[in-house]
Structures are given as structure tokens and as C-alpha cells.
Design a protein around this ligand. Structure first.
Ligand SMILES: NC(=O)c1ccc[n+]([C@@H]2O[C@H](COP(=O)([O-])OP(=O)(O)OC[C@H]3O[C@@H](n4cnc5c(N)ncnc54)[C@H](OP(=O)(O)O)[C@@H]3O)[C@@H](O)[C@H]2O)c1
Length: 276
């Protein structure tokens, strides 16, 4: 079994450590490092046998996941370079750091991953792209490691951006939509409380998704199944269509993709060779 290094135990690095262990990776196979020694001690107490150390020590593992913010990524990579070689395998989860950015500093095996917070409960889609040094065995190692994360979807790196909005930004975007529905519903009742509305909404969304999964019904089929001609649901669907809800989501994708492109440009400039 390959040894695993994790550098950065924030929201994503911490979740990944939890899920690797949930998926059967022994704690003793993992070496974790992070800025905050208290956080490191908490994880060591939670998982007896977990190795902890410096970034450089974690980087001596067979697969090294760098789970820091994009702006901190280059400094971390430069710091661990002495522990790396062309046969090293870097797992990069930093959203705007590309495979080419990593290769510009070390031409090793690179797996670019887009995790999602919903993997905390073993669901969701983790996106993955590989560079050309990655072997079928490396891919199998990654699949095994991510077994408890939900789905693992391989895509060419060029397709990650829009897919990321759906799978990784998704939980935040969808939670915002649910919040908007809940606060609109609240205006129409004096008797039902916030907690009840939230519970009904969550159960109905979960039920709608479970129905689609169990029956293979499309979203349109579910709409027609509920919105009988001349009925109440049809009126609600019309109200959303009249407000051009589709244009709202169009604008959302346009804005997130534009912002992502600007951030990628900024990140790229950090990796460009200085002009002579
Ligand atoms: N959050 C998401 O849903 C999500 C989804 C997909 C991808 N991502 C990507 O995942 C990466 C991490 O995001 P996050 O939300 O987990 O961020 P985060 O919660 O801020 O975690 C970053 C962690 O890195 C540690 N760190 C910073 N500099 C370090 C260094 N030099 N050496 C060792 N550890 C260092 C920080 O330690 P301290 O706390 O001690 O400063 C912190 O624990 C980002 O690149 C982001 O683009 C995030």
C-alpha cells in the first residue's frame, strides 16, 4: 500500500484525511503536516498511529496531497522540492493551480483533484485529471484512496472549470438557493417556524433526488408528473419561467467562470519565468 502525505489540514485537507481513513487507509500509512500544531495534535489524537511532521517529512510519502490555498501552493512546493524527484506523485487540489504550474517546478507525476465538501458524508463528485506521467497503477491507487468520497470522475483538465461549478462550488450555490426558498416561504406563514420549513425543504429536495435516482425520471418528467395542466404547481413553474430563472443561472455560470479565468491568470503569472 502506498504511503500518503497530506500538507494542509484545513477544510479540505482535514476532510480528505478523514475520508482516506474511512475508506480503509491505515492511519499509520499517512503522514500529515499543517501550519497549526494544535490542529495536527487533534488529528493525531483522533487517529492513533497517524504520523505527523514537517511539510518536508510529509513530502517523503509516495503520494503527496498539497491542500493549501492557491496563493500558498508555490511556496509549499518550493519548500518540499528537496524531498521530491521526477518519480514523485503530487496530488494538487488548489483550484487555480494547473498541472503545468506544478510541472514548471518539478516534472513529476501530477494528479489534479477537485474535491467537494459533500464527501464528508461520502457523497458527491470528486473531479480528477492526470498528467501524462501517471500510470494505470497510479490511477488505481487514486481510485482506491477516494473510495469513500462518493464518485470519482476523470476529465481532461480543460473541462474542469465548468464541472467544478456544478460539483465543488455546487454545495454552496445550492445551499444559497435553498435558503432563498426558505426565506420566501417564511413570509407566508405566522405559525410554521424556520426549523420546520428547513426540515420540510431538505426532506423534499432529498426525496426529489431519491425519486430521480430510483426511477431514472428526468427533471422535466418530474415537473410534468407534479404540475398537472391548469394546476397549482404549473402556476408556480410559470412564475419562475416568467422571471427567467434560467437567465439567473446563466449569469451565475458566466460570472463564476470569468472570475475563475481571472484567478487562473493571476496564478499563472506566479509560475512564469521572469522576463530577461
Ligand atoms: N473548500 C472547498 O470546498 C474547496 C473545494 C475544492 C478545492 N478547494 C481547494 O482546496 C484548497 C484548500 O482549501 P480549504 O478550503 O481547505 O482551505 P483552508 O481551510 O484555508 O485550509 C488550508 C490549510 O493549509 C494550511 N497551510 C497554509 N499554509 C501552509 C504551509 N505553508 N504549510 C502547511 N500548511 C499550510 C492552513 O493552516 P492554518 O489553518 O494553520 O493556517 C490550513 O489548515 C484550496 O487550494 C482550494 O482552492 C477547496
Amino acid at each position: 500500500m502506498k504511503s500518503i502525505g497530506i500538507i494542509g489540514l484545513g477544510s479540505m485537507g482535514g476532510m480528505m484525511l478523514d475520508r482516506f481513513i474511512a475508506g480503509g487507509t491505515p492511519a499509520g500509512n499517512i503522514c500529515a503536516a499543517t501550519h497549526n500544531p494544535q490542529k495536527l495534535a487533534q488529528f493525531a489524537a483522533r487517529y492513533p498511529g497517524l504520523k505527523t511532521g514537517s511539510n518536508l517529512e510529509a513530502a517523503k510519502s509516495d503520494i503527496v496531497f498539497i491542500c493549501v490555498e492557491p496563493g500558498q501552493f508555490k511556496d509549499v512546493l518550493l519548500e518540499i522540492l528537496p524531498a521530491l524527484s521526477e518519480s514523485s506523485h503530487i496530488g494538487n487540489i488548489a483550484s487555480t493551480v494547473t498541472i503545468a504550474n506544478v510541472e514548471s517546478l518539478i516534472p513529476c507525476k501530477v494528479t489534479k483533484l477537485v474535491p467537494t465538501i459533500t464527501s464528508k458524508v461520502g457523497r458527491g463528485v470528486t473531479l480528477v485529471s492526470y498528467n501524462d506521467k501517471i500510470t494505470p497503477q497510479d490511477k488505481q491507487d487514486i481510485s482506491g484512496l477516494f473510495a469513500a468520497f462518493g464518485e470519482l470522475q476523470e476529465l481532461p483538465e480543460g473541462d474542469l472549470a465548468y464541472a467544478t461549478e456544478l460539483t465543488s462550488c455546487g454545495p454552496g450555490l445550492y445551499a444559497y438557493i435553498l435558503g432563498q426558498i426558505a426565506s420566501a416561504a417564511q413570509k407566508y406563514t405566522d405559525t410554521v417556524g424556520e426549523a420546520e420549513i428547513r426540515r420540510w425543504l431538505m426532506e423534499t429536495f432529498a426525496g426529489t433526488i431519491a425519486l430521480a435516482e430510483a426511477t431514472d425520471m428526468t427533471f422535466d418528467e418530474i415537473v410534468s408528473g407534479v404540475a398537472t395542466r391548469g394546476g397549482i404547481t404549473e402556476e408556480g413553474v410559470r412564475a419562475m419561467a416568467d422571471m427567467n430563472l434560467n437567465a439567473v443561472f446563466d449569469a451565475m455560470f458566466r460570472r463564476t467562470l470569468e472570475k475563475r479565468a481571472r484567478n487562473e491568470e493571476k496564478t499563472n503569472s506566479m509560475y512564469e519565468a521572469p522576463k530577461q
